[in-house]
Design a protein around this ligand. Structure first.
Ligand code: HEC
Ligand code: HEC
Length: 205
């Protein structure tokens, strides 16, 4: 199991072309074991099924099944202020680049979100037509640096979409798509993606 996890991490690094380029900045590939130690505090929220954020009230996002590259990107977003959440900013601002890489490598071993190859399930949801290009026809991201949406908590999806729409989360890829959505679209999309099989809460052991 551990060997498989390490192999998977190494494979990601290769896919991302990370090893040669990033070796120069003094940051190595993600270390799953170190990530597990660092990740202990994170599990206090992400490892508890259905735990809620205080205000606004929504459930803490599931991380099991997201790819390392996306987890890294999200953590940098909180650290650098492109994502405006004070607790996650506090969590992320004390992390080094190596810490981020290690945490992402660890969390990426905790779940899988894959679907049988098959047709799109988005028929009947017109607003989802543009989303599939990046988030996949079944809500499974088509690139490792983009988030999988399938199985995520519905209220978190609503919260995240409104944040892109209102500019609280700044992301050049998401902003134009989110700005085109009405509240009713957001509700429907969140319900739809939450209903699919995919992400899981990785429970604290
Ligand atoms: C006090 C509870 C809490 C703790 C502790 C915490 N998180 Fe979070 N985390 C959250 C909440 C709430 C969000 C959603 C924030 C938002 O509005 O963007 C979040 C978002 C995230 C996301 C983005 C998920 C997504 O789908 O985009 C990642 C990645 C993440 N946290 C990783 C971590 C890591 C790694 C740690 C430990 C260093 C950690 N979190 C500690 C509550 C917490
Ligand atoms: C061009 C690619 C692209 C398209 C098209 C796109 N997204 Fe995204 N989406 C992204 C990226 C990249 C992120 C992560 C941005 C960040 O780092 O905050 C994201 C983030 C999200 C998130 C937050 C996930 C999380 O875990 O926090 C949601 C929800 C989302 N997108 C829904 C949608 C919906 C619904 C549509 C269609 C209306 C859509 N996206 C269209 C690329 C895209």
């Amino acid at each position: 199991m551990k060997t498989a996890a390490v192999a998977a991490t190494f494979l990601f690094a290769l896919i991302l072309g990370a090893t040669p380029a990033r070796a120069q900045d003094g940051v190595g590939p993600g270390d799953v074991e170190r990530g597990e130690l660092l990740g202990y505090t994170c599990m206090g929220c992400h490892g508890i099924e259905g735990l809620r954020n205080g205000y606004p009230s929504f459930r803490v996002p599931k991380l099991g099944g997201q790819k390392a590259a996306y987890i890294e990107a999200a953590l940098r977003g909180y650290r650098d202020g492109e994502r405006g959440h004070s607790t996650m900013h506090a969590q992320a601002s004390s992390l080094s680049e190596q810490d981020i890489r290690d945490l992402a490598a660890y969390f990426a071993t905790l779940g899988t979100a894959t679907v049988e190859a098959g047709g799109s399930q988005t028929d009947g949801i017109p607003a989802a037509a543009t989303c599939v290009a990046c988030h996949g026809p079944n809500g499974i991201a088509v690139q490792p640096q983009w988030p999988t949406l399938a199985g995520q908590h519905e209220d978190y999806l609503v919260h995240a979409l409104k944040q892109y729409r209102d500019g609280v989360r700044k992301n050049p890829l998401m902003a134009p798509f989110a700005q085109a959505l009405s509240d009713a679209d957001i509700k429907l999309l969140a319900q739809y993606y939450a209903s699919l099989d995919g992400l899981e809460t990785t429970l604290k052991e």
